[in-house]
Design a protein around this ligand. Structure first.
Ligand code: SF4
Length: 380
């Protein structure tokens, strides 16, 4: 989708259908709770939101039903089915709990859900369960992924990269391949919600992880990043030097990249396929918009700037006309992102800019590129 189209229609609308979730993960953006919160959009209001999404035009965005755990909402199948009937593609991001059982998986298929994303935050039980806080959850997650692949869903694995699991990323990539998932979406930590307490990576480490992810996308699944749009700069550079040039030498990458690359070759052999990491130039508020459990619109789930309520104003109007979203789409940024030649395809994480400085149009401190010197790597 081109920039002018992204000005009018997002690619993804995330709806936090509920904050209720049986889990209490250490990095939870939503700070999910065991019970639904007062003010949650009702079934009728949810249907109204779906009607509004249809007003984006003949090719409406994908509606991502997230939470909390969307399976905690008894009306989730009704809402997914209604969206499907109205021609809105539906994806679901459930938690792995007893709710993700055979009956509910069948009901999701019946409601027309085609894509499901599941979180896997470590390659081993101890690391994944340290985040999730539930013994046995690692094996249950791998089981769920295999079942969903076997049922014919397009399956996405979501992994949040943190200091505690970064050395396991090659092993996670191997699991993504092993369970037959189609997409690996890697979230770069934003310090909001419970994630505020977790240690993130330095910009130099982020750069090395992006180079590793480019290599990982050559093993048969698509790789995407969340809150690391500078991955697109890396992907462009890697495409320019060609797949078989040693990135370690070409970009003077540090030892983290070397360890991840060597481990992935040990596990999966040398990568042989073309890189599968192309994506539209989206960023928080450009191609992406988030509706909270109570109907408040935000540029993204990790960016708590409130743009209005769908109870008072249509989502189409908010998305197309809110001054902050228009500024984000104009790439009207400060700091390094404002003068960067990659600001159109990247533009930096608006969520990280906000979390670090309070300015959603500030520079992304997670990026190690200095547009003034065209050099990478002196930061962190
Ligand atoms: S400086 Fe900003 S726009 Fe440029 S690559 Fe880094 S994050 Fe992207």
């Amino acid at each position: 989708m081109r920039g002018a189209e992204l000005d009018r229609t997002p690619i993804l609308v995330f709806w936090e259908t509920t904050k209720a979730c049986p889990l209490a993960c250490r990095h939870c953006r939503a700070t999910a709770m065991s019970e639904p919160q007062p003010g949650q959009l009702s079934t009728a209001e949810g249907r109204g939101l779906i009607d509004e999404i249809c007003r984006f035009g003949p090719h409406p965005p994908v509606l991502v039903l997230t939470g909390g755990d969307p399976l905690c909402r008894p009306d989730i199948f009704d809402l997914a089915g209604y969206a499907h009937e109205r021609g809105v593609p539906v994806a679901l991001a459930p938690s792995v709990t007893p709710n993700l059982n055979k009956t509910n998986i069948e009901a999701l298929k019946g409601a027309g859900v085609k894509s499901v994303s599941i979180s896997l935050d470590g390659a081993f039980a101890r690391s994944h369960e340290d985040i999730r806080g539930v013994p046995g959850h690692f094996d249950e997650t791998l089981d769920a992924l295999r079942r969903l692949v076997a049922e014919g869903f397009k399956v996405q694995v979501n992994t949040t990269v943190m200091r505690s699991n970064v050395e396991e990323l090659a092993d996670v990539a191997h699991l993504v391949s092993d369970v037959g998932a189609h997409i690996w979406e890697v979230f770069f930590l934003i310090k909001v919600g419970r994630g505020s307490e977790i240690e993130d990576l330095t910009p130099v480490e982020n750069e090395q992880v992006c180079h590793f992810l480019y290599d990982a996308s050559r093993y048969g699944f698509v790789v995407r990043t969340v809150e690391a749009p500078f991955f697109r700069r890396v992907a462009r550079w890697r495409a320019e030097i060609g797949p078989d040039t040693d990135a370690r030498e070409a970009f003077s990458l540090g030892p983290l990249y070397g360890r991840l690359k060597e481990r992935s070759i040990d596990l999966m052999g040398p990568p042989t396929r073309p890189a599968a990491c192309r994506s539209a130039g989206t960023r928080d508020g450009r191609g992406i918009v988030f509706v909270s459990h109570s109907g408040i619109v935000h540029p993204a789930g990790f960016l708590p700037a409130a743009l209005g309520s769908v109870r008072l104003r249509g989502l189409v109007d908010i998305y197309r006309n809110h001054p902050l979203l228009r500024a984000i789409r104009r790439a009207d940024f400060g700091g390094r992102c404002g003068v960067c030649s990659f600001k159109d395809i990247c533009g930096g994480s608006r969520s990280r800019a906000f979390a670090s400085s309070g300015d959603p149009l500030g520079e992304d401190p997670g990026c190690s590129f200095d547009p003034m010197t065209a050099e990478v790597g002196s930061r962190g």
